[in-house]
Design a protein around this ligand. Structure first.
Ligand code: 5RP
Length: 262
């Protein structure tokens, strides 16, 4: 079975399974979106069914909500949960300070709201997403549909005075139609190449009328679990001031070849 998973899928599986062990009985948990988060949701579903784990889960997208319900997880809204103990989510890029680019799956707005309303955020990822400087992955920016082209022009204009390499942006498409987020918004993907000052970029982007939120997650994530294709995972914890690293291995034999591409 596991030989049918690609090395990246095995790494994502390992990361998600390691991180699932941080979820304890009685917790209110934010569930991320994406293929790595889908492994997490399936694993938590298995723990609910097999161990009787009791959690209240707040999904970050309709896709994750549907999967969570399918695997038997108790799903509530963020307003019902009010505050969360822990959010576990994937990322598109991360650096040494755990600044993230997120939104490759188009769920960045709910993901940022949910992660920010949590005591702790754990990022689940494979090693290929670690970068020295963010920006190779296009930065997703959620914009409202009204006047989106004027918003795009303003975004590109402000980029000229910021510490980035490129300033091309493109409207994300879903076939022939603009991609729609769960909130009914569009996504601009910014091909920046290199983001020299993520904090400044995030502040400036969010001041533009029409921009709802951007995919930079700054000072939100506390820990990262980096999965590897051999089933090992490495936990890096930034909460203590000096980063602490530990390693463990998960049983890849449990992985099915169902690709959880949500
Ligand atoms: C969705 C996200 C995802 O976490 C990110 O795109 C990573 O996805 P994957 O785990 O499939 O690689 O931000 O909006």
């Amino acid at each position: 079975m596991t030989e049918e998973l690609t090395p990246i899928d095995r790494a994502k599986y390992a990361s998600a399974h390691c991180a699932a062990d941080f979820v304890q009985d009685g917790m209110r948990v934010g569930l991320g979106t994406g293929s790595t988060a889908a492994w997490l949701v399936r694993r938590l579903g298995a723990r609910v069914r097999q161990e009787g784990l009791r959690i209240l889960a707040v999904p970050t997208s309709t896709r994750t909500a549907q999967l969570a319900r399918e695997v038997g997880i108790n799903v509530v809204s963020l307003d019902e949960a009010r505050w969360l103990d822990l959010t576990i989510d994937g990322a598109d890029e991360f650096d040494a300070e755990l600044t993230l680019i997120k939104g490759g799956g188009g769920a960045l707005l709910q993901e940022k709201i949910v992660a920010t309303a949590s005591d702790q955020m754990i990022v689940i990822t494979d090693a290929a997403k670690e970068v020295k400087t963010l920006g190779a992955f296009p930065l997703p920016v959620e914009v409202i549909p009204f006047g989106w082209q004027a918003t795009q022009a303003l975004v590109e204009e402000v980029l000229s005075s910021l510490d980035v390499m490129g300033r091309q942006s493109s409207l994300r498409m879903n076939g022939a139609q603009p991609f729609m987020t769960d909130e009914g918004n569009h996504i601009l993907d910014l091909a920046l190449g290199r983001i020299g000052n993520p904090r400044q970029l995030s502040l400036v982007l969010n001041q533009i009328p029409g921009v709802v939120e951007n995919g930079l997650f700054i000072d939100i994530a506390d820990q990262v679990v980096i999965g590897h294709a051999d089933g090992t995972c490495e936990l890096r914890d930034l909460t203590s001031g000096t980063p602490e690293t530990s390693q463990r291995r998960v049983d890849l034999g449990e992985a099915s070849n169902i690709f959880s591409d949500i």
